[in-house]
Design a protein around this ligand. Sequence first.
Ligand SMILES: Nc1ncnc2c1ncn2[C@@H]1O[C@H](COP(=O)(O)OP(=O)(O)OP(=O)(O)O)[C@@H](O)[C@H]1O
Ligand SMILES: C[C@@](O)(CCO)CC(=O)[O-]
Length: 390
Amino acid sequence: MLKFQVHSPGKVILHGEHAVVYNRPALAAVVGLGTNLQFRQEAGSQVASFQLEALNCTLEIQLADFNAFLEKFRSKYPVDSRAKLMEEVRGEVSKQLERAAGSTTKPHTQRAFISIYYLLAGAVLSSPKDPKLTLQTGFQVQVDTELNVGAGLGSSASFGAALAAAFLILSGHFDQESYLQEENQALISSWAYESERVNHGTPSGLDNTVCTYGGMLRYVKGQGFQSLSIQKPLNILLVDSRVSRSTADIVAKVRHLAEGFPQLIEAIWQACEELVTAAVPLYESFGNAQDDSAKFEKLERLFQINNDLLKAIGVSHPKLEQIFTIAFKRGFFSKLTGAGAGGYAIVLLPENYECNEVYWKLKEELESAGFGVHVTTAGGVGLRVSSLDD
Ligand SMILES: Nc1ncnc2c1ncn2[C@@H]1O[C@H](COP(=O)(O)OP(=O)(O)OP(=O)(O)O)[C@@H](O)[C@H]1O
Ligand SMILES: C[C@@](O)(CCO)CC(=O)[O-]
């Protein structure tokens, strides 16, 4: 019986959030927090069951219903039509949820169920093993996460990448030994992107790419990415403003602003691009010299400029401003990350920050002001599959 686990990291955008939606480059990196998925096939079971800890719910799919759905889809559409598949899955899931719980299912749960059903059906329909593959053995999937959902750390892409890897292994696209091959990583990332599409209308593709491949990377929508060759991960403090918001809503508000003042906002995107260009060599050389303090100071300035540009497009929030002020007062530089209007801020931490008394004061002050604080690194490894003991 198939049994394995997947760890898929979350991400921070270091520079270029929002600008990336308008085809400008962004720099992003994985963080040391992520989603953990455990997959166990169960002999004799006819149910696929999903325990989603973050949403405090368990979702079930009866294999007989799922196989009937696949058969109907195959008879009506080309199996590689993702647009049709998403449409059909939305209909099927809302029927199933209505049957199970009336109309009481929360939006997060509904979206998670659509992602699960869509990615599972997509992986099985495109199986290289058998064009008529159906699921014969039930399984249990347990998903735990260290990422807050809807806070800018890419929980949806991390969740989608973990599901994609599990379902692609289940349907024979690759196995635990070959998932790191280039074409298999590209497949995981492309299905994680599909999961993102369930949540946002037009994601840039940045989040699923960085979660899958890891490290730190420069990304341009529609053009792919380049991995930065960093010497070592960067130390950062993630600060949770505890203000939740919807990425899709904020992206829509920024689009409205950009339509109202096209040249002005275009100039901001141009500045964001220059910022990424200036930042890349700094990140790539950081850590290769005895004394990095001059480079670190430049990075701090770039953090500040980037944050001010994001404030200019209206995606800050009074709680984020409070975080920036506390950090600045203690001599640290910070910026919002991701969509903004809440979610997380990142504070840049110097080498040996633990030996610095001011760091501990900063942490204490942020915590007593009610913010969630988590020290981590930016730029570690991407999605990993490993074996699972009982
Ligand atoms: N651990 C999880 N378990 C179940 N569903 C999850 C989990 N993490 C994310 N999701 C799904 O992702 C959706 C959240 O997506 P959203 O894009 O709003 O947040 P995010 O990815 O954390 O933020 P951002 O895209 O700004 O980084 C949820 O509605 C849910 O469907
Ligand atoms: C705001 C945004 O740039 C980042 C969200 O994490 C939107 C996107 O890239 O899709």
